[in-house]
Design a binder for this molecule. Structure first.
Ligand SMILES: [Zn+2]
Length: 268
């Protein structure tokens, strides 16, 4: 198995914010040989100090143990830090062959070892484990607390791992479809924008394309950016930009902004 450069995408599927820590894609004690399990930790870091004060330790290590110590960090706010794509020193010696450093991924969640877990952090923890199980084809039973696979460790403190795994299993199986959010409802009400249309929603298309970096300066060189953004006409130049955006997003490049293109443009 190579360096696991898909880990940031897997983390993003949780819906929680993700930071790719510089250099993560080539960081590791060699590549990760296999993924048979997931080990949950707490950092035993400081009680305060912001969202993820243990980042430097997990990335770089501590005296006597070189970093990286874990592929993932998890902040108090549920923010996920992708730290390494290779093997990490997070569990040795392991009592489980499927949870050794060479066989498992580690998640180091910020907690001093006694303080209560914020709900949002626990929710992100469960979701990250579920997405990792999905990615690597693992059952929820392969998610273990460090204390379950290493007799000398206490972490992560106070989390009932049977409840935790049940929540992971429910997510893997697929929770019932949520009610459409208000953003989805708004998107569903947006009109189709076709070549030649002239209405105010065309301005939204222009603004979104510009915000996504899909409008080269040459497109508005003649009229200036402000007038270009204000134009309500779906002219041939705009249609071309829409096509380019659709192509890049892997949706049908028909130049019409409809139910597939709107959510991509609005990132919802
Ligand atoms: Zn641990």
């Amino acid at each position: 198995m190579p360096y696991l450069t898909q880990l940031a995408d897997v983390a993003r599927r949780t819906g929680f914010p993700v930071t790719e820590v510089a250099g993560w894609q080539t960081r590791g004690h060699g590549p990760q040989p296999q993924v048979q399990g997931i080990v949950c930790h707490h950092t035993a870091g400081p009680a305060g100090g912001g969202d993820y004060p243990s980042l430097a330790v997990v990335r770089d290590g501590r005296p006597g143990l070189d970093g990286p110590l874990s592929q993932f960090g998890l902040g108090r706010s549920g923010h996920i830090y992708v730290i390494a794509a290779g093997r990490c020193w997070h569990n040795a010696p392991s009592t489980s062959t499927m949870h050794t450093n060479s066989a498992s991924l580690g998640i180091e969640a910020e907690n001093d070892g006694t303080q209560p877990w914020p709900d949002v952090q626990k929710d992100a923890y469960i979701r990250l484990c579920a997405e990792l199980c999905r990615e690597f084809g693992l059952p929820a039973s392969r998610v273990k607390a460090h204390r379950e696979v290493n007799t000398s460790k206490p972490d992560p403190h106070s989390i009932d791992m049977n409840d935790f795994r049940a929540a992971v299993a429910a997510l893997i199986q697929g929770a019932p479809a949520p009610e459409p959010s208000w953003t989805e409802e708004i998107v569903n009400q947006l009109p189709m924008i076709r070549p030649g249309d002239d209405n105010f929603d065309v301005k939204t298309v222009r603004g979104c394309l510009f915000a996504r970096g899909r409008v080269p300066a040459s497109a508005y060189a003649q009229v200036g950016l402000e007038d270009w953004l204000k134009s309500t006409r779906c002219d041939p130049g705009l249609v071309e930009l829409v096509r380019g955006f659709q192509q890049a997003e892997g949706i049908g490049a028909d130049g019409v902004v409809g139910p597939k293109t709107w959510p991509s443009l609005l990132r919802v």
